[in-house]
Write a protein that binds this ligand. Structure first.
Ligand code: FES
Length: 104
């Protein structure tokens, strides 16, 4: 094992987990996750930050919202739920801003 020589400044994990219709959690991530993932990638590209902001599809993040999907932002930025495509511009800007390390 060795540390990677590359790392993003910010990484967003977007739940695209698809649950069976009879699953009692009734998560909406299966319906909203992929559109949110694609919208976040498009917005990162539009802003020219794709190299510094990695957007990654993930499995269940534990929130299992019944509306929208879940997004987690690392290293800082929090846990978001009920995320829809019309939230992605604000979410990405918040993720970049909250993960900006002050320069000395
Ligand atoms: S299925 Fe998306 S957070 Fe659980």
């Amino acid at each position: 094992m060795k540390p990677s020589s590359i790392a993003p400044r910010v990484q967003l994990f977007v739940c695209t987990n698809v649950r069976a219709a009879e699953d009692p959690l009734k998560s909406a991530c299966g319906a909203h996750g992929l559109p949110v993932f694609n919208a976040l990638r498009a917005e990162a590209s539009r802003l020219g930050v794709s190299g510094a902001v990695w957007i990654t599809r993930s499995g269940c993040l534990g929130h299992c919202p019944r509306d929208g999907c879940s997004v987690v932002v690392y290293p800082r930025g929090g846990q978001w739920t009920d995320v829809r495509t019309d939230d992605t511009e604000a979410l990405l800007r918040e993720a970049i801003t909250s993960n900006t390390t002050p320069r000395r």
